[in-house]
Design a protein. Structure first.
Length: 134
């Protein structure tokens, strides 16, 4: 029962694109509660990445109420840093009041989905995933 009313959870993550095939889109998602039954906190827009691109996320979740039907609100920023230019593009995102079971453990998960032609050349790695509970 780490999540209590007023608890703040800060999540920082970074995905680096290490290889790509031509014309493939990549979407990263940050979840709380797992990727199957969890709640998506951040979703990047589909982008056709290049090797060397970096996607970064920062998210702050605040628990408002507790219990099996507890609630939280949140906000964050997604940043795409193209390897070629190094000029970041920042997009804010917000989560309105959403239900969360504070009596159960809640996994923090990052997923990467590639759409387009399936290719072993499409590779990325999660270099940073930091979760702090205050």
């Amino acid at each position: 029962d780490s999540l209590k009313a007023g608890t703040v959870v800060v999540i920082d993550w970074q995905v680096n694109v290490s290889g790509v095939a031509a014309n493939d889109n990549m979407v990263n998602k940050l979840y709380i509660g797992g990727s199957a039954a969890g709640t998506a906190l951040q979703t990047t827009t589909g982008t056709d990445p290049e090797a060397g691109d970096m996607l970064c996320g920062h998210y702050e979740l605040t628990c408002r109420t507790t219990g099996a039907s507890g609630t939280f609100v949140g906000f964050g920023f997604l940043t795409l840093v193209p390897g070629a230019s190094g000029v970041p593009a920042v997009t804010p995102n917000f989560t309105a009041s959403t239900t969360i079971n504070t009596t159960a453990s809640q996994a923090i998960v990052i997923t990467t989905d590639w759409d387009g032609t399936t290719s072993a050349a499409n590779t990325s790695r999660l270099d940073i995933l930091t979760v702090k509970v205050y």
